[in-house]
Write a protein that binds this ligand. Structure first.
Ligand SMILES: Nc1ncnc2c1ncn2[C@@H]1O[C@H](COP(=O)(O)OP(=O)(O)OP(=O)(O)O)[C@@H](O)[C@H]1O
Ligand SMILES: O=P(O)(O)OC[C@H]1O[C@H](OP(=O)(O)OP(=O)(O)O)[C@H](O)[C@@H]1O
Length: 220
């Protein structure tokens, strides 16, 4: 028998929205998958030919790009950051909606004009997206890489501006920051390893199942 297909899912906030979509696509993980006390990382499902792995959001892209997992669920922010050529993203899952934005302290924004920037220092988890965004209009971005709590950077003098995800805007507001530019709208995508897509027929069937699950959700 062929080895099971591996689907990588992020363990953070997307998971609760992804599970109903997986179920609608006919994939239900074993109970240990939702058990917070479980230390297991790879899980069987109701389908003998499919396993799930639970990894960090950024690592979903890495596992699938290298073919260690054949499919995955990941935010388009992560896809933009890495731009892996081996990743094919055929289905917008319509979950995990937010945006990647530039933000700065409210008092700074009151007198700031983004058109006048020539060099910016930015704290971010997304140095790739940030550099490309600013380079496209001739602005040099010096990035300080953080893995979370970017909103602290301006207050503590690490960098005057940040590039981070914004959804309700509450995190910015509670930290005295305002959004000054939206770089991109974000949603989660089904990603597939291009080689697996060509060589394993079951992958094509699964992509169709996810597409149907999304269409069903939209129609409901
Ligand atoms: N506030 C938000 N609203 C909607 N979607 C979000 C929001 N924040 C993040 N996301 C989406 O969820 C994905 C995972 O984010 P999450 O915050 O759960 O993980 P993380 O904290 O980056 O992960 P890790 O703990 O592994 O570093 C992001 O890549 C993005 O696509
Ligand atoms: O606009 P809002 O609705 O407030 O959402 C934005 C926040 O959500 C994300 O962080 P998350 O809560 O995932 O924590 P993290 O810093 O661990 O990534 C993001 O990094 C922002 O901090």
């Amino acid at each position: 028998m062929k080895s099971p297909l591996v689907i990588a899912v992020p363990k953070g906030r997307i998971l609760s929205e992804a599970l109903p979509l997986l179920a609608a696509a006919g994939i239900v993980p074993e109970p240990a998958f939702s058990d917070e006390d479980s230390r297991a990382l790879r899980f069987a499902t109701n389908r003998a030919d499919i396993d799930l792995i639970r990894v960090r959001a950024f690592d979903v892209a890495t596992f699938v790009a290298h073919g260690a997992a054949q499919l995955g669920i990941v935010g388009s922010d992560v896809l933009m950051e890495f731009a892996y050529a081996e990743l094919y993203a055929p289905v917008d899952l319509g979950i995990g909606h937010c945006r990647v934005s530039v933000a700065e302290p409210a008092d700074m924004a009151a007198k700031d004009d983004p058109r006048g920037w020539s060099h910016v220092r930015i704290a971010t988890k997304y140095p790739g997206i940030t550099r490309r965004h600013f380079e496209a209009r001739g602005v040099q971005a010096e990035c300080v890489k953080l893995n979370g709590a970017m909103e602290l950077a301006p207050i503590l003098g690490l960098a005057p501006r940040i590039v981070d995800l914004v959804s309700s805007g509450r995190t910015l507001k509670e930290n005295g920051l305002v959004e000054v530019e939206t770089i991109a709208e974000v949603s989660s995508r089904l990603v597939v390893n291009r080689t697996a897509f060509k060589t394993r027929a079951e992958v094509v069937g699964l992509v169709d199942a996810f597409r149907a699950a999304v269409a069903e959700k939209v129609a409901a």
